[in-house]
Structure formats: C-alpha cells, structure tokens
Design a protein around this ligand. Structure first.
Ligand code: MN3
Length: 197
C-alpha cells in the first residue's frame, strides 16, 4: 500500500489561471509531483521501519537513511515535500495576511524590498531549484536558495519552484514573468498560519 500520497489541492487545476496555466498544473501536480511520490514509496518499500516516519523526519535525518536509498529519499522525498508546500501556499488570486506581511515588511524595511530580494534569488538560482522563506530557530526570517529538491534548515513557510517544469509550457525561458505572476496567487493567510504554528 502506498505510504505517501499526493495532497488534495484546495482549488481546481484551472483556478490559478491566468498566472499559472491549467496545463502546467495538470502536468506539474499529476505527473511530476506524482512521480516523486511514487519513487519515494518505491525506495521505502523494503524498509518498513522507515515507512512509519513522517517525511519531515526522513529529510531532517538523511544520515539515518540507509546509503542504498539515501539519494532516492533526498531527491524524491524532497520533491514530495517541497511540492506539498508549493501547492499549499497557492490560492486563486492570492490571499493577504496583513499581520504577517507587516512583520515581513518590518524585517526587510519595506514589503517591496522583500519581494525584490525574493524575486532576485528566484532569477539567480542557477539550474533547477527552489527559493524559500524560512524561519530559523531564533524566529529570524530569511530567504534561502536550494538546488534540485534539497530542503533548507529551519521552518519552511513559503517555497517557489523555479525548475523549468514549473513554468516552461506557458512562459518558456521567461522565468521573470513566471515569478512576477506567481506572487499574485500566493496564499499569505496559509503562510502566516505556518509561521504561527
Ligand atoms: Mn516542481
């Protein structure tokens, strides 16, 4: 029986239009995210003791994962987890959280400076990877880049997928346009909730 399963989306595939197109969501969720999930389950098949762990436990303690499947868990477990967060923090036409967005604005000086730094990191991430808003153990917020499906340290509040599969169908090589439009569907209410958890 499959241990890890795709999360239900809180919206229809078409509802992130026109910012993220229906064909991209179908492929990204139904094929890419599904494939990470399937490959993670396959890697864990022969390790019933690991199947009882949460995805967070697996990814935070990769050295406890047997070497034969460590890379598979790192890449596919990361892919499974990262996409869960990606979909969870999107919503049709976006949603605001004035309290949490106010906190961000204070940390970065202004809201625009935060958006600019985050977008800049999304554009300068070389090759496939992610950009994150992370809360450290000291509660400090920071913007972090990671390669492939790697997961940064800290509490993960927001993750932007900058793999080409996240935008190429609609935007081709125009990653900047994808990033600019992604802001319009961010669910800050969900992000703020994660920060307060
Ligand atoms: Mn992806």
């Amino acid at each position: 029986m499959a241990k890890f399963t795709l999360p239900q989306l809180n919206y229809k595939f078409s509802e992130l239009e026109p910012y993220i197109d229906v064909a991209t969501v179908e492929l990204h969720y139904g094929k890419h995210h599904q494939a990470y999930t399937d490959k993670l389950n396959l890697a864990l098949e022969a390790y019933p003791d690991l199947q009882s762990k949460s995805i967070e436990e697996l990814l935070c303690n990769l050295e406890a994962v047997p070497t034969e499947i460590r890379n598979a868990v790192r890449n596919n477990g990361g892919g499974y987890y990262n996409h869960n967060l990606y979909w969870k923090t999107l919503t049709p036409n976006g949603r605001t959280d004035s309290a949490f967005q106010g906190t961000i604005a204070k940390v970065w000086g202004t809201w625009e400076k935060f958006v600019e730094e985050f977008s800049q990191k999304a554009l300068t991430q070389f090759g496939s990877g992610w950009v994150w808003l992370v809360q450290g153990a000291d509660s400090k917020l920071s913007i972090v880049q990671t390669s492939n499906q790697d997961v940064p340290a800290g509490k993960h509040l927001l993750a932007l997928d900058v793999w080409e599969h996240a935008y190429y169908l609609k935007y081709q090589n125009r990653r900047a346009d994808y990033v600019q439009n992604w802001w319009k569907v961010v669910d800050w209410e969900a992000v703020g909730k994660l920060a307060r958890q």
